[in-house]
Design a protein around this ligand. Sequence first.
Ligand code: GLA
Length: 383
Amino acid sequence: MNINLQEKFAEQYHKKAEAIYFTPGRVNLIGEHIDYNGGLVMPCAISLGTWVAIAPNNDGKFRFKSLNFDIETAANSNTVNEKDGNIWANYPIGVINEFIKDGKEINGLDFLFYGNIPIGSGLSSSASIEIATAYALNVYYNLGYDKFELVKIAKRVENDFIGLNSGIMDQFAVTFGEKDKAIVLDCETLKYKMVDIDLGNYVLAIINTNKPRELADSKYNERVAECQAALKLLNEEITLHYLCELNAEKFALHSHLISDEILLNRATHVIKENDRVHLAAKALSGGDLTAFGRLMYASHESLRTLYEVSGKELDAIIDFCSGYKHVIGARMTGAGFGGCAIALVEKGCEEDFAKQLTDYYVAQIGYPAGIHISEIGGGPTTL
Ligand code: GLA
């Protein structure tokens, strides 16, 4: 972090911060839009993230300031159960609300946040700020929640307080991430395993479309509802809790139950994407990056044509990558509708890649993309 948060805290609140905590953002290597369908995902934490500095106050209020936003706000334990308009501070407010509902006595805290994850870029800035708050409160007050509980608290905030019917992947990834490892997470059972990421002669590039995200939340909730509708149709013949209980072969036996083409496409993406993650996990642990890269392209194609969550900006990036000989795999990452893509770029070619991609993207889209070579970072820490 190139910012002295302690100094900034003193400027804002005229006292010293008592503690500073960090929580990362994440990318998902493969397994998109299947966490809420009980599937397997493969995210990892990145070195970009959210820092929060805190100190107690004597007036019983929670004060929220951020170096990223001008809007600041305050709440007390009676008002944290309501959203404050549409502002960023609803994430920490929602977390405090959950802690208070759970009987925890927290009262009177000043917060200063700073994040370097581009907002709305699909790198989980919201899960990062949720877990940053939950982790900070848990450590500061010694509340004794384990990591699974923090993840579930943050997911409840996202689902019930913010109103996005998201799965558990983002909160899990930013909490359980470890340096240079991917998490292979079964979103139905929450069983997970950490897999070494050895990219050999390649680096992981994150490419931000820089597209302003519009209507992403309502489109996301629409996809969740479509999957539920497909599941309901399949349940006329078999008993399933999640679409990902079927593999492609078994799905073929029952897909006739889904006559609506859009629902059929959505379910086909989910089930085949889940199969791809199983293959990708094998490829990664066996060091077969070429196979892994092919699965990344296949994942993107399915998200583009069957799940329809890509867009011309993300597609322009993937089109460029597939024609550029020093990239072995690329795909959109996260919810889509803009946000970021990831690519495996041959070491030593990063500069040329950035230059050529920039030229191509500007010619297609009219403004530049953001290109960042990423490290696979660790989980939340106390600084
Ligand atoms: C968002 C959601 C996640 C997941 C992804 C798509 O990031 O928060 O739960 O559904 O989209 O894979």
